[in-house]
Ligand binder design. Structure first.
Ligand code: GAL
Length: 369
């Protein structure tokens, strides 16, 4: 346990993961653990293995803090994990590309296939599995931050062009975890990175996220086939179990016999966000009544994939010895639409040399009493 003083001079206890349990060398590169804390006592811990958020302590009822990030206690357990997408940046293209195929200027590309004949989250050795370089670590400043970068070589997982990506995590004094992305390429390519943190606002992965109350500002979504590849259609969500315009408990309609829910085995869909493209705006809010923790999600991206942990198998054990239950984590992935390179009616995911890909997203934490 470590104690931190907040700006009001209150003392909060958090169970920090230890540096030693993340110190290692993978493929010749050093892996470490970095801790940022703000003046209100919030703490985020990040490892450069996959540019991954491994813990995030936020205010909850009872005048204390709770860790809302689903994950494991050490690098060893991340390497052995049944769910490799817990907390990292996924890419080069987060989400799915049908059959792993796309074309640029008439030339076809074939990506590695790691999901029932499709390409998911950048492939079997996507960004989530790479050791990122630590560009700067301003953990002791106001609005502490860490900047990580990764150079993805031409041809990696089948993608064209050397892609240099940087991700900056900033913990603001306004209780936001900001994630700022930038990427450039040496050849025309596709790019769609996203943060794949699983949140559990109970602070306990032995409790289901079905009690979380969710709101998403979106009237439509991108329907898929049974393997979750978009058909290219943009369909109305209004009046369906995918309509979260009014705050609704996740578990309320998750079992309804609605075809997209059957294909997703629960929620696993991309919502078309109702906001101007490129403007950072709040697009979703999640609230857990028992802890009072509320999280707002804001982004400049056109889409939000909400995944309700339907593939979590309840078998493995989390950071504090608790079970990782079925549906014990929620991912809210701010992104371009899945399979965008294959649908001219979706926002473009192509990046040319000389252009800079940028994304700005934040998660803001509030306590509702
Ligand atoms: C989500 C995806 C799910 C599943 C999960 C990882 O982003 O939408 O279908 O693949 O990642 O288990």
């Amino acid at each position: 346990m470590a104690a931190f003083s907040s700006c009001e001079n209150r003392s909060y206890s958090v169970r920090l993961l230890s540096q030693e349990s993340f110190d290692t060398t993978l493929n010749g590169k050093k892996v470490g653990l970095y801790t940022l804390k703000n003046a209100n006592g919030l703490v985020v811990q990040v490892t450069n293995y996959g540019a991954r958020v491994v813990s995030l302590w936020v205010p909850c009822k009872g005048d204390s803090l709770v860790d809302v990030v689903w994950g494991y206690p050490s690098i060893k357990s991340y390497l052995a994990a049944t769910d490799c997408y817990s907390g990292p940046i996924v890419g080069r293209f987060g989400n799915r590309i049908g059959k792993g195929c796309f074309a640029i200027n008439g030339k076809g590309y074939k990506l590695s296939l790691n999901d029932h004949g499709n390409h998911l989250h950048g492939g079997s050795n996507g960004f989530w599995s790479r050791v990122w370089d630590v560009e700067s670590d301003s953990s002791s400043s106001v609005n502490p931050s860490i900047t990580l970068s990764y150079l993805s070589p031409d041809g990696e997982e089948g993608y064209p062009g050397d892609l240099k990506i940087t991700v900056k995590y900033i913990l603001t004094e306004t209780n936001r975890l900001k994630v700022e992305y930038a990427a450039t390429t040496s050849k025309p390519t596709v790019v769609n990175p996203t943060s794949h943190i699983y949140f559990n606002l109970h602070g306990n992965t032995a409790r289901s996220i079905c009690s979380h109350v969710l709101q998403i500002r979106a009237s439509s979504f991108t329907p898929t086939d049974s393997l979750l590849i978009p058909t290219g259609e943009i369909a109305s969500a209004i009046g369906t179990p995918l309509d979260f315009n009014q705050p609704t408990p996740i578990g309320k309609r998750i079992g309804e016999p609605y075809q997209p829910l059957i294909y997703g085995k629960g929620y696993d869909h991309n919502w078309v966000l109702a906001k101007p493209l490129g403007k950072v705006d709040v697009v979703a809010a999640v609230f857990e009544p028992s802890t009072g923790v509320e999280m707002l999600v804001a982004t400049d991206q056109p889409g939000l994939q909400f995944y309700s942990g339907n593939f979590m198998n309840g078998k493995d054990v989390g950071k504090y010895g608790q079970k990782h239950l079925y549906r014990s984590g929620i991912a809210l992935e701010t992104q371009n639409f899945p399979d965008a390179p294959n649908h001219p009616n979706f926002p473009s995911a192509f990046l040319e040399p000389g252009q800079v890909y940028k994304q700005s997203t934040y998660y803001e934490f509030r306590l509702r009493k």
